[in-house]
Design a binder for this molecule. Sequence first.
Ligand SMILES: Cc1cc2nc3c(=O)[nH]c(=O)nc-3n(C[C@H](O)[C@H](O)[C@H](O)COP(=O)(O)O)c2cc1C
Ligand code: SF4
Ligand code: SF4
Length: 257
Amino acid sequence: MILYFSGTGNTRYAARGLAKLLGDEAVSMNSLIRTRTHKRFYSDRPYVICAPIYAWRFPRIVESFIRRSDFWGSDRFYFVATCDSQTGGAAYFLKKICEEKSVRFCGFSSVAMPENYIVMYDAPSREEQDEILSGADEEIKSVAQRIIEGESISDSRKMPFAGIASRVINPVFYSFFVGDRKFYADSSCVSCGKCTEVCPFNNISLKNGRPVWNSRCTHCMACICVCPVTAIEYGGKTEGKERYINLREFSGGGNNG
Ligand SMILES: Cc1cc2nc3c(=O)[nH]c(=O)nc-3n(C[C@H](O)[C@H](O)[C@H](O)COP(=O)(O)O)c2cc1C
Ligand code: SF4
Ligand code: SF4
């Protein structure tokens, strides 16, 4: 079973690609996280858990979802991240979770995808996105091949001070940067409700036809990127900037889970 969490579609693309190559099913964690469902999974094939990298680590919501879920059948766990370029020491924390749950850690690997963190960086151009996604296709194939052969997987993306990034900077990042106070919708909002539907934290409600953020946010970038009229902004950081959504995955626009 391939389980995935995705904000803007990259990880969904990787997970569905893996599912196709492995002849297995891809199951979204987004709606389960959104509804705080305590889930019992069963799979007689290895579990492949896929998520984006947030500050050199799997997102906190994904780590806690894995911790509180029950997994039956296979005790083999693979982890595949999508990232821009750096995974830091993410594998260390996933290995620890496997130890806590007494399951087998079969390795961690990553797939480079277009950057989606538009409140800090620029999304790549359409041409660059295509090039990056072609590279991603190759990485997805080679991860799938290792899993088919029953081999462990490993990450080719090494960086200096990976441990410090994931252990020290990651908590600082969550404390000081991750929050929804700076989100707002301008007068171009057409009250379509798409931003409320995509939030994996169920953090957005409509008040008088306009979105209101209710303090539970993981900076997944789904709300700001799916708005069909680009009405959502983040402080002064996103005005005039291109939004990012994985167009191969969501050609119609919008993340449906
Ligand atoms: C909050 C946040 C933090 C991120 N931190 C990193 C990072 O540490 N390293 C990296 O290479 N990419 C980082 N990224 C980029 C994403 O991991 C990457 O674009 C990913 O493929 C997005 O997946 P999704 O479309 O499934 O949400 C970050 C993105 C976000 C939104
Ligand atoms: S409020 Fe927006 S950025 Fe924050 S978790 Fe929800 S969809 Fe993601
Ligand atoms: S997605 Fe955009 S237009 Fe639709 S309700 Fe949200 S802010 Fe308004």
